[in-house]
Design a protein around this ligand. Structure first.
Ligand code: SAM
Length: 451
């Protein structure tokens, strides 16, 4: 693989006589790693673990993940190992047993959202935001697969979130960057790289950070990360945060055998020292007291875009959830029913009033007359009731279901939660002599399944 000359010069300047090892590492195949969803899949294998993430492991070869029903059930997420350091940064800087309001500002496709969701307490609120509308779909899909009812999605430019000044305790800015750290994983990143693009990314990052900083409460934690190496982005954006006079850098304690390089501000993973890709991370604490969030709940305490579900529908809805008393149920103007966790209802009503493009709460489904049609998100949710009728499938049956093919199986009449190794994959409706497959069309496996 050939690299652009200015890139080589910058990395030679950063690494000195280590540069040859760095370049040799870039010629090696990238390691493959996955991070388990321990709520859904608690008995995960623990060999070849990633040093800084107990729920993650390296795989000896890259399987075809599409052909693994557990991948579709949200049992794990395929994630590059270096970026899992976010979990360690959180552990060292916030009390993860406390309920926190957390914003993942640049969230699609949602890898770090799933990591944050697993790290936070279940009574924390996590808002995964993505500005590019076409990327919100994949973000929603990954959030739904992970299945945590305390994770919500929005579609805003960071600069449009100003009304949430002082609202969040933690903000992750996984910034759009020049992607130098992905060169060996994604050769297109080399093609797209240019010094001009580095400058564009650097400018964009400062704008995003500038919009993020006021959204944090006093003492709040800002995590900035990229998958690149250059100083124009990593060092200068970090300096921009500190030079605002409102933040101090927080140093982390990272064991030397992890191979992570401490910089003046932040930390860099280089692939010749870490089993992972190029990744930069810096953590800051807000030192100013000025930004606190104010909201008049008495005046605006009612949701704007949904209304409480009719009482007579509550008993039907309740039976679909493990702990229905933990939720309040609402109906959207289009008839969709959502469930909001009781302990974050107030915050969600605030978000509903202050944000326009959002998907709050757990999508439950909708009523057709007295019949309730469950949503796909409910099948994948960790909150779905374990008392509902289920249809456990073999691996080949599960793949047939995921291709949205018709299943020739004996099944009782009515809604059945289709499972693989006990994990929800979707819904079918038993009709006596046949089964209707309710997998959403957009979610189906498109590749041919080998015999
Ligand atoms: N956090 C994601 C994950 O772990 O899966 C990856 C995020 S990716 C590095 C950066 C994201 O920032 C992309 O989804 C991109 O669409 C978004 N983005 C691009 N321009 C942006 C902007 N001006 N403001 C905010 N986000 C932007």
């Amino acid at each position: 693989m050939q690299f652009p000359h200015p890139f080589i010069q910058e990395l030679q300047a950063q690494l000195g006589n280590e540069y040859a090892d760095f370049e040799a590492a870039l010629q090696q195949p990238p390691p493959v790693s996955i991070r388990y969803n321990s709520v859904k899949f608690p008995d995960f294998p623990t060999q070849d673990t990633v040093k800084w993430c107990a729920e993650a492991r390296y795989l000896p070869v890259r399987p075809v993940f599409t052909l693994d029903p557990l991948f579709h059930a949200g049992a794990y997420y395929v994630q590059e190992a270096s970026s899992m350091l976010i979990g360690e940064a959180l552990k060292q800087t916030v009390d993860l047993t406390e309920p926190l309001r957390v914003l993942d500002l640049c969230a699609a496709p949602g890898g770090k959202t799933t990591l944050l969701a697993s790290a936070l307490s279940s009574d924390s609120l996590l808002l995964a935001n993505e500005v590019i509308r076409s990327r919100v779909m994949i973000l929603k899909e990954n959030v739904q697969k992970w299945g945590f009812p305390n994770v919500h999605v929005s579609n805003h430019d960071p600069e449009d979130l100003g009304k949430l000044g002082g609202f969040f305790d933690v903000i992750l800015v996984d910034a759009p960057c020049s992607g130098e750290g992905l060169f060996r994983k994604d050769p297109d990143a080399v093609e797209e790289w240019s010094p001009e693009n580095v400058q564009t990314c650097a400018g964009r990052q400062k704008r995003i950070l500038g919009a993020a900083m006021p959204l944090l409460s006093a003492g709040g934690i800002l995590i900035y990360c990229t998958c690149t190496y250059n100083d124009a982005e990593n060092r200068d954006s970090s300096a921009f945060v500190v030079n605002s006079g409102q933040f101090e850098e927080v140093r982390l304690h990272l064991p030397t055998d992890w191979g992570i390089t401490a910089k003046m501000l932040g930390y860099q993973c280089y692939p010749h020292k870490v089993k992972g890709e190029g990744f930069f991370l810096a953590v800051f604490r807000k030192t100013t007291q000025s930004d606190s969030f104010h909201y008049n709940m008495e005046k605006n305490g009612r949701p704007r875009s949904f209304k409480p579900l009719h009482k007579k529908q509550l008993s039907e809805i309740s039976r679909w959830l493990k702990e229905p008393d933990d939720f309040s149920f609402y109906e959207k103007p289009n008839g969709d029913v959502i469930a909001l966790l009781e302990n974050q209802k107030e915050d969600l009503i605030i978000l509903d009033n202050l944000l326009f493009a959002k998907g709050l709460g757990l999508e439950m489904g909708s009523f057709k007359g007295t019949d309730f049609i469950p949503s796909h998100a409910l099948a994948l949710s960790t909150a779905v009731s374990d008392k509902l009728p289920r249809l456990e499938l073999s691996e080949s049956e599960a793949l047939q279901f995921l291709k949205k093919e018709n299943l020739m199986l004996d099944a009782p009449k009515g809604w059945l939660l289709v499972t693989y190794q006990g994990l929800g994959l979707g819904w079918v409706k038993g009709l006596g002599n046949r089964i209707n497959n309710y997998l959403p069309k957009d979610w189906r496996i498109r590749m041919e399944i080998p015999e």
